[in-house]
Design a binder for this molecule. Sequence first.
Ligand code: NAP
Length: 276
Amino acid sequence: MSRTALVTGANSGLGLATVLALAGAGIDTVGSVRSAAKAQRVAEAAQAAGVEVRTVLLDVTDPAGGRDVIDRIRPDILVNNAGRASFAPVLEVSEEDARHQLETALFAPLRLARLAIPHMRERGWGRVVQISSLAGQLTYPLLGWYQAGKHAMEAVSDALRVEVAGAGVDVVVVAPGGFRSGATEELAEAVERHRGGAFATAFQRMDLGFSMMKPLWSEPATVAETIVTAATAKSPKSRYVVGYDAHLTLLVHRVTEPFSAVRALKEGVVRRVTGL
Ligand SMILES: NC(=O)c1ccc[n+]([C@@H]2O[C@H](COP(=O)([O-])OP(=O)(O)OC[C@H]3O[C@@H](n4cnc5c(N)ncnc54)[C@H](OP(=O)(O)O)[C@@H]3O)[C@@H](O)[C@H]2O)c1
């Protein structure tokens, strides 16, 4: 049966890899972008990959735009990918900016799901793939609001999964570790912004830590393959963790989490390493 997928934030990083992978798997694929120039970037990448990907203009924080896009496309598969990591100390993010981050990371994907699921119910089949992160299960300093969005998105997705399962709709969380994308530049910019400030050392060491972890990072195309599985498997898992770094970090977390003394020790190590 032919399926139509909508992937938000399709012009770079994971979103771009995902539209190419879904289209390559024979799925009618639509990617949302925020400008005509970004649509052109998707068209060129699709042409180079020998696949067809349609694009629509959408800022996911725009409720009317979201409604219009969902009503036109009526996706069987919704991949909520749009968003990117934001590196900042919790208290240095204004309430307005924090709300905007949560709007993108939490309210927008759930709004699109709310709009798309009635169409999925009608057909008795649907898939909502929520792109979370290792940051949806763990917390580190300097990523507080980003993690707030991902943790909340995972929590609400876990509830939604059970609520809509009876209608044939699966809600699947994909939680990648690191991969090369716009997020890498975002951290480099944060290092520059904070140079000379109270958090300069912490950002520089975070950047160094990321560089050391890079050999364990996935390619966006590898994460996209998992998204295709999450979107098409007959009986998908509720959560897919992707990448050696993510599996290793979660294993250490699960083994040490029950011991409160270890938690305090870990936080002490993080403080020492980041200079906080
Ligand atoms: N990179 C990582 O290591 C990593 C790890 C785990 C999870 N993730 C998650 O993977 C997803 C994709 O991130 P990425 O790393 O591939 O980042 P990216 O290359 O920076 O791409 C982010 C995409 O989201 C779009 N976007 C951001 N805000 C939007 C909005 N309000 N409305 C519509 N589109 C919006 C961007 O559009 P513009 O170009 O117009 O800004 C871009 O297309 C995110 O949900 C991120 O949290 C990333």
